[in-house]
Write a protein that binds this ligand. Structure first.
Ligand code: ZN
Length: 457
């Protein structure tokens, strides 16, 4: 028998996997609410075991223990149902899990942290919500910990949380019920829980898989430049979501192609801020670049347009450098969106970024000519990419991207295209396109070091 305790902040519920010790605050719902009986409001995402619109008969875990699941528990379905008066989020699981639930504000979210679970739910699931849930995303958050981030329309209260065993095969369903919050504020204990979760990610105890060590040159070998490739987002932070794919997968695929092309040239060492579907906070990406003294930092992203009616018309790649004030309104909004990656993943609570810090970094950049080099690379990259893929109307822009705040390393952020444009998304998902992009960026890096190489340490 295995005892699984979950320290729940909001709704307290503890489930036993093995059964027998059920003297716990197990909250069993009464009859299915009216909204769950019909099918009109029930939205089901693809699952291998489709969740029924109405709650299925539940068994408390007093019956004989199910066979222990082999391997990690898999989350293979997720669904939202109900309406604005009561919205239910359900996660289908192949076994029991430990979990923790808390709310975050600005923007309003409910976070479920789940231990040792893998997701096989299609990545685009959760783009559209229902009732109080506007969307949700899921994925790895830290080693041994996954996260579901549920964005809600305004502040909600988690009215009930339960882990239900279903059938005899050990499957479980994790359900959360949301109702509109009467008061906007979070309780002290919720704030404490969110802080604790953020603190646990503070890198010493929960570092995402580190990139492999840079290929160390032999003592006598000439030191070749180190290129840091930064595929954006990852894990629970999926980035922009298209009709089929998600930003995090596209940029990782391009990043891997770029790594391959650069290593094949024999001219560079290469490190990636992430080489798997892991969540890596922005701060850690910058730290990796600094610690390894990267000589060029390339962040890869894909953009998406909120306005669906314009989506078919807007496409093409854009290369960004750092600037305190954005080159245009669209660039400013984009930087805000990309900078919110950690926030949306619930990796830290909103904090005021000191404008003084930004100024001093920018001053530093100017002093070191790092920014000049970044501008130089931006121009070269635009030229090379123009030869292989479509560029946006104004492909060289600047904005205040957190991940580009590096005083020692010229850094650019490339938005490879618009995932909101169906045609462009299809291209971006093809390996042929990904290789073409990688080849063009490699050519740009060659040009860059051929002209600027001598000034590097
Ligand atoms: Zn992005």
């Amino acid at each position: 028998m295995r005892l699984l305790t979950s320290s729940l902040i909001i709704a307290s519920a503890i489930a036993f996997a093995g059964g027998g010790l059920a003297a716990l605050p197990w909250r069993v719902l009464g009859p299915a609410p009216a909204w769950a009986q019909g099918s009109t409001h029930v939205k089901t995402m693809p699952t291998t075991t489709p969740p029924a619109p109405a709650p299925k008969p539940r068994s408390e875990t007093k019956s004989p223990a199910p066979p222990a699941p082999v391997g990690p528990v898999v989350a293979d379905g997720a669904s939202v149902s109900g309406d604005r008066s009561l919205t239910r989020m359900a996660v289908e699981l192949t076994g029991p899990v430990e979990y923790q639930v808390f709310r975050l504000q600005a923007p309003d979210r409910v976070v479920i942290d789940i231990s040792n679970v893998e997701f096989t739910i299609p990545p685009a699931t959760g783009r559209n919500g229902i009732g109080l849930v506007t969307s949700f995303r899921f994925g790895a958050f830290a080693p041994g910990r996954a996260r579901v981030v549920i964005e809600t329309d305004g502040s909600v209260q988690v009215e009930a949380t339960r882990l239900i065993r279903e059938g005899s095969r050990g499957r479980h369903r994790l359900e959360l019920d949301f109702i509109p919050a009467s008061t906007a504020g979070l309780s002290e204990s919720e704030i404490a829980a969110a802080r604790e979760s953020a603190a646990r990610l503070r890198l010493s105890d929960a570092t995402p898989p580190s990139p492999p060590p840079a290929a160390k040159p032999a003592p006598d070998a000439p030191r070749v430049p180190l290129i840091m490739i930064d595929p954006g987002h990852g894990g629970v932070d999926s980035g922009a979501r298209g009709a089929i794919g998600v930003e995090k997968d596209i940029v990782l695929a391009v990043g891997r192609e770029l790594e391959r092309a650069l290593l094949a040239s024999g001219k560079y060492r290469v490190l990636m801020t992430r080489s798997s579907d892991a969540f890596v906070p922005l701060e850690q990406r910058i730290r990796l670049s600094r610690e390894h003294e990267a000589q060029l930092f390339i962040s890869l992203h894909a953009d998406s347009l909120e306005a669906r009616e314009l989506a078919h018309a807007i496409r093409g790649a854009t290369i960004y450098t750092l600037s305190q004030s954005a080159s245009d309104e669209r660039a400013r909004k984009l930087a805000d969106k990309e900078n919110a990656a950690d926030l949306l993943a619930g990796a830290h609570l909103p904090t005021e970024v000191s404008q003084d810090d930004v100024k001093s970094i920018l001053f530093d950049l100017m002093a070191r000519e790092t920014n000049g080099l970044a501008l130089n690379f931006r121009q070269i990259a635009a030229k090379r990419l123009r030869g292989s893929i479509q560029l946006s109307r104004d492909p060289q822009r600047s904005a205040n991207f957190l991940v580009l705040r590096q005083s020692e390393t010229p850094a650019v952020l490339i938005e490879l295209g618009y995932i909101s444009n169906t045609e462009e998304e299809k291209q971006m998902l093809s390996q042929e396109w990904q290789r073409k992009v990688a080849a063009s960026i490699t050519a740009a890096i060659n040009d860059f070091f051929a002209t600027s190489g001598s000034i590097f340490r």
